[in-house]
Design a protein around this ligand. Structure first.
Ligand SMILES: NC(=O)C1=CN([C@@H]2O[C@H](COP(=O)(O)OP(=O)(O)OC[C@H]3O[C@@H](n4cnc5c(N)ncnc54)[C@H](OP(=O)(O)O)[C@@H]3O)[C@@H](O)[C@H]2O)[C@@H](O)CC1
Ligand SMILES: [K+]
Length: 504
């Protein structure tokens, strides 16, 4: 049994895997030896010629890995300087044994002066803190972390760069900036969530011998977003299918001066395989839209009465409301009327509920329609704070926990957007997305995403999978284009991204 590469283990889940491995008879010191040896091997691989390896060892098992790595590097003929935090005579358990086996005379951390920024400078092996980081760095250790970063020494981090919270990816006081990070069995959320991801450098996952079945049993409901999670439910068009079988997506446009966002969503929806896409618009926007649309159809809807009439058509299988729509009572009324249908609520559709988010959540909770549960909210950070102010402001929660709490409260799938978008379902499933290039943050990008997800919903993909696949496709399309992309380019790149997936 292999550990799937999208597996993520929170630090407490990793500790549980460690505990169960010990219960099953595996030597925990053996795991530490494997870990330390893997670190040494990685250092030698990346720095075949090095003047001095500086190993910084902390007071716990992360430090223990460091003592093993220091010993193995020294045995390989590398000059090693070792600096420790706290009194090494007070080390316990496996770390104490690793220290005892390492015959290198170290010095207190305060004695280290980073020598960096040049070819023969220090390579720093960071074994100060890993999964056991319990509070912000301060005092001498904080000053040292800042000095190493300032000196631009190449850093190889053991498990996590010290100062990164493995659960949330947050910097606790200060954190080392690593070039390489070696972690064990599976990545932790902090390797993918920002700013942690940026500070890890290149991450290598090493198998230190914990059986895969134990890792699988300890892994929770969080993983990295990717095709393995949702490919089985991706709609696959078949030649004999009628276009209605591939669903009918309706996108709501704003008024005559705000039709661009809806058009982007609609175009993205068509590219993502919805059989039919209609833009619904107020009468005064029809002439503007008519000159801009070809394959996308147009329908006049001025008010709630008009919408309710249209909703009787059950061949409409999903809706996108929000891009360019305008904030206010009309948006609220439309969203509530659509709350029992498969719906992507984005942008203005979300902001319209900032005064009374509960009214939206109540509507979502009550609806028991055919598409019950097929609701996706796609807030960026500002919109998230408007709808879930208390959750957004809770410093004890990381982005994953925030998205989960919001999904549970709203009874909807949440796509909490950003460079590290998190997708969460009301039942606790969550994914962290990491394939978005920085240039994806461009005007209209969110409108395209809403259209992609809407089209997948229209094709009857379950909401969580549709949201996750949509986010991934959006990132993949962006990655195919490169810097300088526009939202229109992004629409054009959906086809190749989708083709890549369907071929896979
Ligand atoms: N799990 C496994 O399968 C395997 C795990 N392995 C390795 O073990 C690592 C986890 O080890 P760990 O649990 O001992 O925690 P670790 O990161 O060493 O830190 C705890 C120490 O730091 C201290 N401390 C905390 N915060 C601090 C602060 N801000 N400022 C100052 N001090 C602070 C804390 O002190 P205390 O809070 O007790 O006062 C305690 O002494 C893991 O990352 C991996 O590298 C491998 O060997 C292979 C098998
Ligand atoms: K570390």
């Amino acid at each position: 049994m292999l550990i799937p590469s999208h597996t993520l283990l929170a630090p407490d889940e990793m500790a549980e895997a460690d505990r169960r491995a010990a219960l099953s008879g595996l030597s925990s010191y053996g795991l530490m030896e494997q870990a330390g040896r893997a670190v040494a091997a990685e250092v030698l691989r990346h720095f075949p010629v090095l003047e001095r390896a500086v190993v910084l060892c902390g007071p716990g098992n992360n430090g223990g890995d460091g003592y093993v790595a220091a010993r193995v590097l020294a045995e390989s003929g590398v000059p090693v300087a070792l600096f420790y935090l706290g009194d090494p005579d007070r080390l316990k358990g496996d770390a104490e044994r690793a220290h005892r086996n390492c015959k290198i005379n170290g010095a207190p951390l305060s004695a280290y002066r980073p020598d960096g920024g040049k070819a023969d400078g220090d390579v720093v092996i960071d074994a100060l803190f890993g999964a056991g980081l319990a509070r912000p760095l301060e005092g001498e250790v904080k000053a040292l972390v800042e000095a190493v970063n300032e000196a631009e020494c190449p850093v190889v981090a053991v498990d996590l760069p010290s100062g990164i919270d493995g659960r949330t990816g947050r910097v606790m006081g200060a954190a080392l900036r690593a070039q390489h990070t070696i972690t064990f069995m599976a990545r932790k959320p902090g390797h993918l969530l920002l700013p942690g991801r940026d500070l890890c450098g290149h991450v290598t996952v090493t198998d230190i011998g914990i059986p895969a079945r134990i890792v699988a049993a300890c892994a929770g409901r969080l993983a990295e977003n990717g095709p393995a999670v949702w490919q089985a439910s991706l709609p696959r068009p078949e030649t004999a299918q009628h276009k209605f079988v591939r669903g009918h997506l309706m996108v709501f446009s704003g008024g005559p001066s705000a039709t661009g966002a809806g058009r982007l969503s609609a175009a993205a929806g068509l590219r993502t395989g919805a059989g039919l896409v209609t833009i619904a618009a107020p009468g005064n926007a029809l002439s503007v839209l008519a000159t801009q649309l070809t394959a996308v159809m147009l329908k006049r809807i001025d008010d709630l009465d008009g919408l309710e009439g249209v909703l009787e058509d059950k061949r409409l299988t999903a809706f996108v409301l929000g891009p360019g729509f305008g904030i206010g009572e009309r948006a609220r009324a439309f969203a509530l009327a659509l709350s029992g249908r498969a719906l992507v609520l984005d942008a203005d559709g979300i902001s319209s509920f900032s005064e009374d988010p509960q009214s939206l959540f109540d509507a979502f909770r009550q609806e028991r329609g055919e598409e019950q549960g097929q609701r996706v909210l796609t807030p960026h950070e500002g919109e998230f704070a408007r709808l879930f102010a208390d959750i957004a402001g809770d410093r004890s929660l990381g982005k994953v926990e925030k998205a989960r709490a919001a999904a549970s409260r709203a009874n909807a799938v949440i796509v909490y957007k950003g460079a590290d978008t998190v997708i969460a379902a009301p039942d606790g499933r969550a994914l962290i997305n990491a394939n978005a290039p920085p240039w994806l943050a461009t005007a209209g990008s969110g409108d395209v995403l809403a259209g992609i997800i809407g089209a997948l919903l229209a094709q009857k993909m379950p909401a969580f999978e549709a949201a996750a696949a949509g986010v991934w496709l959006h990132g993949d399309a962006g990655g195919r284009l490169g810097a300088g992309l526009t939202a229109e380019d992004l629409v054009g790149a959906i086809g190749p991204a989708l083709a890549g997936l369907l071929a896979g």
